[in-house]
Ligand binder design. Structure first.
Ligand SMILES: Nc1ncnc2c1ncn2[C@@H]1O[C@H](COP(=O)(O)OP(=O)(O)OP(=O)(O)O)[C@@H](O)[C@H]1O
Ligand SMILES: [Mg+2]
Length: 235
């Protein structure tokens, strides 16, 4: 069943149009990657999905309900959670304080402190550290856990791998199997097309705010991705 649906979405920043006629779907339990170069409109789409940016045209539906004009906090209550670019933790609070804050407004569901410590066993070791003292990878674990603790139906992740070492990125991505087991849908925004492809069921490639390619991740060719990513055939 379709959980999240964007239909002909145009987003503007004042006069600048950032997305053009974008339509995409995310099924229940599905992982969908959105890839594209800098400025392609990936973060803009995620922000539209969680109500941080309004669409000028088009519709957004969540489980069949029209949520196009819904505020961010109301979308969160309905099960949309964002892991933002740059993590955005409360830096002066400890890891566990950051997590407890997220739980204060959580929906009912399977995710508890114990469950996120099971997902990231290392996090339990540094749970009393201040967020400002963590490495980038550790912060990312906390940011993902904080989003999960709201018990989302769909988890939106913006460039999880930014600034992290390959080994750390692999550790972070390993958590997705455990998240999918709970039936959570995942939208992954990534510039790393190889990782995006291997971590997703389907992918959309944006070029200058438009969907240039929509494909099944297991069968799409690197050539098709390259063509859509750069907008031209390269040899
Ligand atoms: N707050 C804003 N005000 C004005 N223009 C913006 C704003 N945020 C993004 N834009 C513009 O909208 C377009 C899409 O930006 P967006 O951040 O969605 O791209 P992106 O694909 O996430 O890029 P990146 O890979 O660099 O994160 C770009 O042209 C960008 O300059
Ligand atoms: Mg971005």
């Amino acid at each position: 069943m379709t959980l999240l649906e964007l239909e002909h979405v145009d987003v503007f920043y004042r006069d600048l149009q950032a997305t053009f006629d974008v339509s995409l779907t995310v099924d229940e339990g599905e992982t969908v990657a959105i890839i594209g170069a800098n400025g392609a409109g990936k973060s803009t789409l995620l922000r539209a999905m969680i109500g941080l940016t309004q669409c000028r045209n088009g519709r957004i539906r969540l489980a069949g309900e029209d949520v196009t004009r819904l505020r961010c906090d109301l979308l969160a209550r309905r099960g949309v959670a964002l892991v933002p670019e740059g993590r955005r933790l409360f830096s002066s609070l400890t890891v566990e304080e950051n997590l407890l804050l997220a739980m204060a407004r959580a929906r009912k569901g399977p995710w508890t402190l114990q469950r996120v410590y099971d997902l990231f066993p290392a996090m339990k070791e540094f749970r009393s550290h201040r967020a400002s003292d963590l490495s980038g990878g550790q912060q990312q674990m906390v940011a993902i856990s904080r989003a999960l603790l709201t018990n989302p139906r769909v988890l939106l992740c913006d460039e999880l791998s930014l600034g992290l070492a390959p080994k750390v990125i692999s550790e972070i991505y390993a958590c997705f199997d455990g998240i999918r087991k709970e039936g959570v849908s995942i939208v992954l925004v990534e510039q790393d097309t190889v990782r995006a492809r291997s971590a997703s069921d389907r992918l959309y490639c944006l070029l200058k705010g438009k969907v240039r390619l929509a494909a099944k991740s297991s069968t799409v060719t690197p050539e098709a991705i390259r063509e859509a990513y750069f907008g031209e055939t390269r040899t």
